[in-house]
Design a protein around this ligand. Structure first.
Ligand SMILES: Cc1cc2nc3c(=O)[nH]c(=O)nc-3n(C[C@H](O)[C@H](O)[C@H](O)COP(=O)(O)O)c2cc1C
Length: 220
């Protein structure tokens, strides 16, 4: 697979099948992703992987929190509000997704089940947690984005599907305790890894994009 195909076929996989991912495969993906660029080669990332039974244990604790309505409290704060046009894109994504899943706006039960699947890590067999030192700032966060996409593209090339999700890191105390992540690290993002469940409608959902004409101003 070339980079262009990987860029176009990667998507946020929100339903994984029950097929394990081997440690070798995850290591191969991470080895490739470590080639990502960073500010003056500072390489701010620290990576923790939870696979198989370890992830199942974390998943059970997350679901318990979800069912108890525990508030989300990630190390990197959630934005309280978004300016209107971005808020609209968030709403559009939800509308497009629920339309695709044939879940109506008033079907609270189905919407809740779909939201809950986040805290079940979409049934993924493995999650990669991306952390960085709390003292680092915005430029290091930029680097975290670069390594995230590198991991996801390497996963695509390796025949795996992935899902970057803030909801995987909204209970950092569980992750710190299960994975021995020190307090000085912010747990920034989780990337779920596995194989898409072809039977689930989630696996055929493709989010829309703004057009090239809208985004790009080109001069020569
Ligand atoms: C930093 C970040 C956090 C995200 N968190 C979530 C999440 O918690 N749950 C979720 O379903 N998707 C999450 N996503 C996935 C986005 O919704 C998705 O990337 C976007 O809608 C574009 O769709 P695509 O990835 O399928 O191309 C996240 C993506 C990023 C980059």
């Amino acid at each position: 697979m070339n980079v262009s195909d990987a860029l176009k076929s990667r998507f946020t996989c929100r339903s994984f099948k029950q097929k394990p991912v081997s440690r070798e495969k995850i290591t191969e993906i991470l080895e490739e992703a470590l080639h990502a660029p960073s500010w003056a080669n500072t390489q701010p990332w620290e990576i923790y992987v939870a696979n198989a039974e370890k992830l199942d244990k974390i998943r059970a604790e997350y679901l318990e929190y979800f069912d108890q309505d525990k508030p989300r409290n990630p190390d990197v704060a959630l934005a309280r509000t978004w300016p209107d046009k971005y808020q609209k894109r968030i709403r559009d994504l939800a509308d497009e997704m629920y339309n695709h899943l044939k879940i109506s706006g008033t079907d609270e039960k189905e919407r809740n089940a779909s939201w809950r699947s986040n805290f079940e890590f979409f049934n993924a067999p493995a999650v990669i947690y991306l952390c960085m030192n709390q003292e680092l700032g915005e430029w290091s966060m930029f680097d975290m984005g670069a390594i995230s996409q590198s991991i996801m593209l390497a996963a695509t090339e390796a025949g795996l599907d992935s899902a970057p999700a803030i909801n995987l890191v909204v209970h950092p105390e569980i992750l710190r305790s299960e994975l021995d992540i020190p307090m000085e690290l912010s747990i920034v993002l989780g990337i779920a890894l596995g194989y898409k469940n072809d039977e689930a409608p989630q696996s055929s959902f493709k989010s829309s994009r703004r057009s090239l004409e809208e985004v790009v101003k080109y001069y020569e």
